[in-house]
Design a protein around this ligand. Structure first.
Ligand code: HEM
Length: 152
């Protein structure tokens, strides 16, 4: 048995919780006051900066740990032709899209804040953060299906 797999799984799921939680928290709890102009630009800049860093460090963690698990638990054939393999490929695709959406939304906010604006960059970032949140929910469902071995 590969002793690395439980470690990889723990790091993977740890970052899954941290990243998905952060994306949803920023969308649900930080964006609304930013849209109303009820939060300081310094505080918002710091929160968005943290989200971007969690996304970047998470990218390394997901590729390393997810790549390890995919490489040890699946063959190329299994990834492309079994329902569980399709779920793993879906997970990879959703992560890629979600990371892109956070990067674009985060940079729109950061650029606006640098120019000392608040509500306008928050409005610009809104569709990207909503999209990233939808992708996050999709990732939770994908992980839930993978965690149901009797279904697949
Ligand atoms: C580079 C991107 C990713 C790759 C290649 C990847 C790949 C994998 C693989 C191969 C597994 C093990 C599947 C199995 O046990 O059969 C897994 C499990 C899991 N992944 Fe990902 N993943 C990625 C990103 C994500 C993201 C962004 C999340 C965020 C929600 C996530 C959440 C999970 C969870 C919660 C599990 C545990 C499911 C279980 O074993 O019960 N993954 N992933």
């Amino acid at each position: 048995m590969d002793v690395l797999n439980p470690v990889m799984w723990s790091v993977h799921v740890g970052f899954a919780v941290l990243w998905v939680g952060s994306v949803l928290f920023v969308t649900l709890a930080v964006l609304p006051p930013a849209l109303r102009g009820d939060i300081g630009t310094t505080a918002l800049g710091s929160l968005v900066g943290r989200l971007r860093w969690i996304t970047r460090i998470g990218a390394v963690a997901f590729v390393v740990t997810g790549g390890h698990m995919a490489g040890t638990l699946y063959t190329f054939e299994a990834l492309t032709s079994t329902p569980r393999g399709h779920l793993v490929v879906t997970m990879l695709a959703l992560w890629f899209v979600g990371t892109g959406l956070v990067e674009v939304g985060g940079s729109k906010l950061a650029e606006g804040l640098d120019a000392d604006k608040l509500r306008e960059p928050a409005r610009d970032a809104k569709p990207f953060l909503y999209g990233a949140s939808a992708v996050s929910v999709g990732l939770i469902v994908t992980a839930g299906l993978l965690a149901s071995p009797t279904l697949f």
